[in-house]
Design a protein. Structure first.
Length: 149
């Protein structure tokens, strides 16, 4: 019996399994947006146990790890389309975000991170003196002021 083989079919199947497709991504799909004075990032992680979630922050890199356990070997599966194993995703945050005050919640299969804008990145006013002398700008922790020299 003669069988036609396509050597790229297996490669394509492997790539879809590892990298995912538009309909079924293998990584954690996410949405991110700015909401007032903070950024919000949401990851879709349906079926993930909250105890398997791990969030690490090193400088301005946030790493999110989650694990979906393998299928019970004693179970006869009819279809297995959900990816299993350990998933990881890294976000590189800008210097204008406060990584010390990130809040994380997990509800109904969605992991939400709320990342506030750092105080140093928020808009601020600098008052300008009206005297004819030289001016120097001095910084304080609350605001910047102009001092006549």
């Amino acid at each position: 019996m003669l069988m036609r083989t396509d050597p790229f079919r297996e490669l394509d199947r492997f790539a879809h399994h590892v990298l995912g497709t538009a309909a079924r991504p293998a990584v954690m799909p996410m949405d991110a947006w700015r909401e007032g004075e903070e950024f919000v990032v949401e990851f879709d992680l349906p079926g993930i146990d909250a105890d398997s979630l791990d969030i690490d922050i090193e400088r301005n890199v946030v790493t999110v790890r989650a694990e979906r356990p393998g299928v019970d070997p004693n179970r006869e599966m009819l279809a297995t389309e959900r990816p299993r194993g350990v998933f990881s995703r890294q976000l590189i945050l800008g210097e204008n975000l406060d990584t010390e005050r990130i809040e994380a919640t997990y509800s109904e299969g969605v992991l939400s991170l709320r990342i506030p804008v750092a105080e140093k990145a928020k808009p601020r006013k600098i008052s300008v003196g009206r005297n004819a002398g030289h001016q120097a700008i001095a910084e304080s922790t609350a605001k910047r002021e102009v001092i006549n020299a």
